[in-house]
Write a protein that binds this ligand. Structure first.
Ligand code: S3P
Length: 186
């Protein structure tokens, strides 16, 4: 039975490297919707990169700006696909705003795939790791990613739609989300 949801925005949820910012514009094109990346919005408001924001003002300030960006996008009149930061869905207040203003889709991605996709990127503030003595950087990063995903997974799973992305390209993921969104519309 399809759920009675009035769909406006599509909120893309998932860990860094799950493909939210790559899948988002493709999905928006397929569904003729707008696209917004909340991390990019926050950088515009703060007038600096996320790394600088974290370094200067800390995660608490970032989370406040993130919640403000989510509230603002929720009120957007045009139907919008929204790529969120990996931690945005942890807050019950953020989740309530998203559930009221559209549908949420979790891009589920395995730890090894996330590690591989992020291996060349060193600018994610929460993925900066300190190695224990004798530990390789690879082992330290894998352990951090695993720990964070395990902690966040129960919240991610509250999303309306769950799509496994590990063995799909971004266009395939966008198509699956589109089909599932249409299924919810009934
Ligand atoms: C974060 C993920 C980042 C960004 C910030 C915090 C997180 O976004 O919002 O660094 O808490 O996991 P991506 O998921 O796009 O990397």
């Amino acid at each position: 039975m399809s759920q009675d949801i009035f769909i406006k925005h599509i909120w893309l949820v998932g860990f860094s490297g799950s493909g939210k910012s790559t899948v988002g514009p493709k999905l928006a094109t397929l569904m003729r919707m707008e696209f917004i990346d909340t991390d990019a919005e926050i950088e515009k408001i703060a007038n600096c990169s996320l790394s600088e924001l974290f370094a200067k003002h800390g995660e608490k300030r970032f989370r406040k700006l993130e919640s403000q960006a989510i509230s603002k996008v929720a009120k957007e009149k045009r139907e919008t696909v929204v790529a969120l930061g990996g931690g945005a869905f942890q807050s019950p207040e953020n989740r309530a705003i998203m559930q009221r203003s559209g549908i949420t889709a979790y891009l589920k991605t395995s730890v090894p795939v996330i590690y591989r996709r992020l291996s060349s990127q060193t600018d994610r503030p929460l993925l900066q790791v300190r190695r224990a003595k004798g530990e390789t950087l690879r082992a330290a990063r894998l352990a951090r990613i695993k720990e964070m995903i395990t902690r966040r997974e129960p919240q991610y799973r509250l999303a309306n739609i769950i799509v496994s992305t590990s063995s799909k390209n971004p266009t395939e993921v966008a198509r699956v989300i589109m089909q599932k969104v249409r299924g919810k519309r009934g």
